[in-house]
Design a protein around this ligand. Structure first.
Ligand SMILES: [Zn+2]
Length: 365
């Protein structure tokens, strides 16, 4: 008897949570009119209610046709990295309303046959803003889109690009599966942290993506070929870098960080990250320009020092504490002050050390 009661209580809690999530997830503008529609229906105002229903459906149709209805966002200006390659360097702190969710590096390269966009943006509004800037720079259409990994700021803007007609979308197979599985959670998290209005129209379009495991070459016209490469697990289990040999440039995604502190998530595998990074250094010529996942564009040497350098430093420091019989308390106290000026240091460094400790000693995340 008691068990049944507990079950039904649990069930009503789940139903209540689900309906709250649905309200939160809905587009605020449209959902306001949907409430109005219900009120009219209850008041027996069927003729006005029909008008409102038509209006709601029109707005939804327009939103889908244009990918996003609203103003351009006041995002940081484009940075020119090399001929025909630009990036919108995002904020180096956590995603929040002040940066509209732009805390990674969406960018693009202009080729003979069209424009290749790297990273969809954290919401359709960022995607729209980037698109307007592309249009002011070239008459060529956006023909390709690739995303760096399974994170919200890589993927949530993808439905915008689908809605405006981009048909060649690429992602690593693991990243695509991971984003598909976690779509509801990721959209909800970014909606709450950044903005329901900006994130509300994002849809899961993972079924439109062409996926690859290790690498994939794409002909971009004019005799040029670019390559999508997954150097291996690391910051996320699956990732993609976009290598453009003709421009001596790589969009490295979250394989490479510059300036900003590295952040480890439960799915991050730092041992794998070091191997993947060494493979990256071996594969890509030393004179290649690097657009990192976070931070400003740089060169191969700097990116290596900033990323692999930190990973190696932390591993060495943690191993030393473990060898001396130290526990989590001592791990958290590891002196990382050499990195204290890097953005999000305070929010990440202790967790980073504990993360490495758990990887090395088999603890749960
Ligand atoms: Zn990222």
């Amino acid at each position: 008897m008691k068990k049944t009661l507990t079950h039904s209580l649990l069930w009503s809690a789940i139903v209540a949570a689900a309906s709250i999530t649905n309200v939160v997830k809905a587009d605020q503008f449209v959902s306001g009119f949907e409430q109005y529609e219900q009120q009219l229906l209850q008041a027996g105002e069927t003729s006005v209610q029909q008008g409102v229903t038509t209006y709601i459906n029109e707005i939804k149709k327009l939103e889908k046709q244009y990918g996003y209805l609203g103003a351009e966002l006041p995002l940081p200006p484009l940075t020119k990295v090399t001929d025909g390659v630009y990036v919108m360097v995002g904020s180096q702190i956590w995603h929040n309303p002040s940066n509209f969710g732009l805390n990674n590096n969406p960018g693009f390269a202009i080729f003979e046959d069209g424009v290749f966009v790297f990273n969809a943006g954290a919401n359709p509004a960022i995607a729209y803003t980037l698109h307007q800037r592309i249009k002011r720079m070239t008459n060529k259409p956006v023909k390709w889109l690739a995303v760096e990994n399974s994170q919200g700021h890589a993927y949530l803007g993808a439905s915008y690009w689908v809605d405006v007609g981009v048909r060649n979308l690429y992602s690593n197979a693991t990243a695509n599966a991971d984003f598909n599985d976690a779509f509801d959670y990721i959209k909800d998290e970014w909606s709450r942290a950044v903005s329901h209005e900006l994130t509300g129209t994002a849809r899961n379009v993972t079924d439109r993506f062409i996926t690859f495991n290790e690498s994939m070459k794409i002909d971009v016209g004019g005799g040029e070929t670019v390559e999508l490469i997954n150097f291996g697990a690391g910051h996320t289990p699956g990732s993609a870098a976009l290598y453009i040999p003709s421009r001596k440039l790589i969009f490295a995604g979250d394989l490479a960080f510059n300036e900003r502190m590295l952040a480890f998530f439960p799915y991050t595998y730092t041992l794998g990250w070091m191997d993947s990074y060494r493979k990256f250094v071996k594969t890509i010529p030393a004179d290649t320009k690097v657009i990192p996942g976070h931070g400003t564009p740089t060169d191969m040497k700097t990116a290596e020092r900033q990323t692999l350098g930190y990973l190696e430093f932390l591993h060495k420091a943690v191993e030393k504490v473990v060898a001396a019989g130290g526990r989590q308390q001592q791990i958290e106290e590891i002196d990382q002050s050499a990195y204290k000026d890097r953005p999000v240091y305070e929010q990440t460094h202790r967790n980073n050390a504990v993360h490495v400790y758990k990887e090395l000693t088999g603890g749960d995340f």
